[in-house]
Ligand binder design. Sequence first.
Ligand code: ZN
Ligand code: ZN
Length: 265
Amino acid sequence: MIIYHEKLKKEAECMAEAVAQVYGMTVDIEEADLGKFYREVELKDGKGREIRDFGFLEEKGPRKVDGKAIDEFRILLLKDDIYVPGASKCLEDWAFGYSYPDFETAVLSVARLRGKDSVPADKVEVPMKRYLDRVAHLAVHEIGHGHIDRKHMKMAVWCKTDPKGKVIQEMKLGEHCTDPHCAMYEVIDLVPKPHEFMLLGKRKKFDAYLDPLLDAGRYPEWLCKQCDAAAMKGDDRKPQKQYLKISERVKKILSEPEKVIDLTE
Ligand SMILES: [Zn+2]
Ligand SMILES: [Zn+2]
């Protein structure tokens, strides 16, 4: 696996360590210039930015091992705030990250992980240990979407309500584990907010927040037993067969935004 990062070496190292521990993968880290791949997106109530990570990956090309192109999971670790291409409608639809398991790519931003709350910040405003744990947690989570069989998971939906409790807005977040101590439990924000909840299968959940999950004790192994048993482990570097077809696959994925498996808000 490879992590391409924007001058976020410490964060990338922390992620690599966690990913190696959980999935037994070898993880390489490389600084990359991703600035030109950000695009502005028009949202209902303002402008956001998305990253067309695929442009970067196309330009970069696959890595080679013994002269042969390989297929491997890639993380793009970004410093700026991001929206999900094709899926974000309004400013409230911001994302910590998202993954395209079919495309073996996850995109993560640290912008909303630095503060006391999920407001984009340039500087780390919480203890460094907490910040790095948030970053590593989301990496293990996003990779899990491509490496853990989903049979035992349930669909998570973010729901916003009016003061009377009526749902006025919702967003599908993909299939997630039901164990609140597992890294594959979904989180919708860092700290609890009023007038929202997560629907997990048919159950309303009010504990889908990252900081309380870290405080309550994530499993030392990160994953619950079920997720761990369903996880693919070991190096994921496979010889690549159809690299040139990536742009076609990407066009298809972007034209069907509901195919984005995970939209961790
Ligand atoms: Zn689990
Ligand atoms: Zn998720």
